[in-house]
Write a protein that binds this ligand. Structure first.
Ligand code: ATR
Length: 297
């Protein structure tokens, strides 16, 4: 920075240590978030110096914390439970189509003085399905759950060309509301999207995705038997040290492959990283490291 000293007319230069661009994940709870590790690894891979923190916002104080973060020069935020809907409201004027259809935002950034929002959860899931060799194109997909996690992936799955997407939920009405939310905004998708209760999950599915929070406990969703077409994929958006109860149930019922959501986690982070930095990082290397960490924890 060059300064002019009025008394002497001298010019002199002040050098600062380079200020790292600041990013963070914001949620409550946030202690166990792996986002700082993931983004730091992406930064190392791509040669971008950055600082990535965890911020625990009070349950009733999300907006002031975000506003303050950006006012202090913060560049980007990942948003996690339970604030994705509040983030959506905050970025209302500058939302991506995916965020608008999801009704939830997991990625915020500042552009020309305005807060922008996107939802990268769906991209994270799609990338992981492709990595596993299960392109949604032309597939019959059963989506179990109608909460925040499910909302983020309905439109991306339809956009990726699945033949039929059937949403089922323990509370049937929520599944129907989610269906109506999408169809009212994109009527052309109506013929490929259906909804019902868990008992109406019957069919032969190529991909079954668990977007419920059932895997926080030990009981899988109460689904009918015979859901899996030969070679079908059972995908749990949650992850843990061991296979989730949904994955075990699917193995017992003849799924061809089961997978947890660790790849989706890294994929959504990679998509946020690309929005913020304009560079696509390597998902596979970080996923490998995270899996190792999880097993040795
Ligand atoms: P999230 O943001 O993680 O999706 P949420 O919005 O509270 O959290 O939604 C949780 C989802 O998991 C819901 O679809 C919930 O079903 P209900 O709408 O009937 O509550 C579902 N869920 C949670 N535990 C479940 C279980 N044991 N079996 C089936 N569905 C379950």
């Amino acid at each position: 920075m060059e300064l002019h000293e009025p008394a002497t007319g001298n010019h002199y230069t002040v050098t600062h240590a380079p200020l790292l661009k600041r990013y963070a994940v914001i949620g409550n709870p946030i202690e166990h978030s792996r986002s700082p590790f993931i983004h730091e690894q992406f930064g190392l891979q791509t040669g971008l110096a950055l600082r990535y923190e965890k911020i625990k916002a009070p349950l009733d104080g999300f907006t002031p914390v975000v506003t303050d973060f950006f006012a202090q020069g913060g560049c980007g935020l990942n948003v996690t439970v339970p604030f994705k809907e509040e983030a959506f409201a905050l970025a209302q004027a500058h939302l991506s189509v995916r965020a608008r259809l999801a009704g939830a935002v997991n990625t915020l950034w500042m552009e020309q003085g305005k807060i922008h929002g996107c939802n990268t959860d769906g991209v994270g899931l799609l990338n992981d399905l492709l990595r596993l060799g299960y392109s949604p194109q032309g597939k019959n997909i059963l989506l179990v759950g109608a909460g925040g996690a499910a909302r983020g992936v309905v439109f991306p799955l339809l956009e990726a060309g699945c033949m039929q997407l059937h949403i089922v939920n323990r509370t049937e009405q929520r599944a129907r509301q989610l269906q109506e939310h999408i169809v009212s905004r994109m009527p052309q998708l109506a013929s490929r999207l259906s909804a019902g209760g868990l008992a109406q999950a019957s069919g032969q599915w190529d991909i079954v995705i668990n977007a419920t929070s059932s895997s926080l406990g030990t009981t899988p969703p109460d689904l009918p038997h015979g859901l899996y077409r030969h070679g079908a994929l059972a995908y749990d958006m949650m992850y843990g040290q061991q296979a989730t109860s949904f994955m075990i149930q699917a193995q017992e019922q003849g799924a061809g492959l089961t997978a947890d959501g660790l790849g989706m986690l890294v994929g959504q982070a990679a998509a946020s990283f690309a929005i913020w930095h304009g560079v696509n990082p390597d998902i596979q290397a970080v996923l490998h490291d995270l899996r190792r960490q999880l097993h040795s924890a």
